[in-house]
Design a protein around this ligand. Structure first.
Ligand SMILES: [Zn+2]
Length: 91
């Protein structure tokens, strides 16, 4: 019924979507996007909360996430890391 969620993960995903809307990266495949999230999340503290299973946060309140600017900075760094060294060949 309940599950553990990491709001840092939700925020990284949202920040990555925002970043990709206005910036070009060499590859947008699922592998690269997941790699970007992994790099960013490894550098951010986790913020766990309990949510009802299946519940989706639709209104993301920026006030509740004071480290949004830091998360975006980490997403940008992670995007550059993956762009420079993708996990797959560039074919
Ligand atoms: Zn890729």
């Amino acid at each position: 019924m309940y599950e553990l969620k990491n709001s840092s993960e939700v925020l990284v995903k949202k920040s990555l979507d925002e970043y990709l809307a206005t910036n070009e990266i060499p590859c947008r495949c699922e592998r690269c996007l997941t790699d970007i999230m992994a790099h960013a999340l490894n550098r951010l503290p986790p913020r766990y909360y309990v949510s009802l299973k299946g519940e989706v946060i639709t209104n993301f309140n920026a006030q509740l996430y004071p480290d949004k600017a830091r998360v975006m900075a980490e997403v940008i760094i992670a995007s550059q890391i993956v762009a420079d060294a993708p996990s797959h060949s560039r074919d």
